[in-house]
Write a protein that binds this ligand. Structure first.
Ligand code: ZN
Length: 326
């Protein structure tokens, strides 16, 4: 079988060359923590995963100062595997570990645990768009409206998309459409892990629902989603969005041991919550929540004059989070 691999070199802000792939399923994909420091000038990065593509070894890495992630060819020589506890010690002063540890303080809520708001120094919000499994097509209005409204002062417009494995499997054309907007530099996307199956029951109470279902295999839910992302040529972020925003303290802490920072919301628009400056806004782009999309389109229409003057922006979630904790 002819497997097409497109390799592109992206210069990310950490000055690391990140390699992205397409149409190749990562093998032996596993959690693997180690320090990565390619030369004496570079700051230390953290390796999160290791895997094979076409027989070659690769790492998924994160810059603990910026939360930027990248995929690199595994360098020659060995790296020393670290436990999550050792990672905590090694990077304890970094924004990445401080954000995870701060978020754990708000991990007891059954719904919407973790970080839900940031403190911006400008007016605007951080927009997160969830793509839970759906039979409906992508709600493209969200993206076309944002790109045209924010074209002048927020270009490319920074978005965070929480994507589930099943949505990626069933929506190839929609995903290609999103990737094209990224290639055309109309938007940047932080691809947040939203679990693979995103199971939900209409009968069970929240404490036994979503990922709290007894049969959940959390490792598969997290790692298979990342593998699907990599096969699609996406670079997984170091963030996680709980399906239904539902978790308990034990599950929350377990997810952080995969090196992931759970992201909540204080403005789920379809639930009637209002967006304020610094809100982490949640809407659904999977066609299942037209009310939230309508509310969002109204929000940017109401802020229209400020948007046009560059006085009301969509922020990059990584920058918002790291700016606040420095
Ligand atoms: Zn969802």
């Amino acid at each position: 079988m002819l497997i097409k691999i497109f390799i592109s070199l992206l210069l990310v802000s950490v000055c690391l060359c990140s390699v992205s792939f397409k149409n190749s399923w990562p093998e032996e994909y596993q959690v693997y923590f180690a320090v990565y420091k390619p030369d004496w000038k570079s700051e230390k990065k953290l390796i999160l995963r290791k895997f094979l593509l076409e027989g070659k070894g690769y790492f998924l890495i994160v810059d603990p100062n910026t939360l930027n992630t990248g995929i690199i060819l595994a360098p020659e020589g060995s790296t020393q595997k670290l436990s999550w506890e050792s990672v905590n010690r090694e990077f304890k002063d970094s924004p990445y570990i401080r954000l995870i540890n701060r978020s754990i303080k708000n991990s007891s809520n059954l719904q919407d645990a973790g970080i839900t708001h940031v403190m911006p120094d400008q007016k605007g919000i951080d927009l997160t768009i969830d793509l839970c499994p759906s039979h409906l097509p992508l709600d493209k209005r969200i993206f076309t409206s944002i790109i045209s409204e924010f074209e002048k002062f927020d270009h490319p417009v920074p978005l965070a998309i929480s994507v589930s494995g099943l949505w990626m499997e069933k929506h190839h054309e929609d995903l290609e459409w999103l990737k094209r907007l990224v290639r055309e530099k109309k938007m940047t996307v932080e691809w947040i892990n939203h679990s693979f199956h995103h199971r939900v029951s209409l009968r069970e109470p929240l404490k036994e629902n979503f990922l709290l279902e007894k049969s959940t295999n959390i490792s598969e839910e997290i790692l298979d989603t990342e593998r699907e992302m990599i096969e699609e040529g996406l670079v997984p972020s170091c963030m996680f969005r709980f399906p239904g925003l539902v978790s308990d303290k034990s599950l929350y802490e377990k997810v952080t041991t995969f090196g992931l920072l759970p992201i909540g919301t204080d403005a789920w628009l379809a639930k009637g919550q209002k967006a304020y400056d610094g809100s982490i806004v949640l809407i659904h782009g999977n066609g299942n929540e037209p009310v939230g999309v309508k509310d969002f389109l109204n929000l940017i229409k109401n802020e229209g004059p400020k948007v046009k003057e560059g006085d009301w922006l969509l922020f990059d979630l990584r920058q918002s989070l790291t700016n606040e904790i420095r």
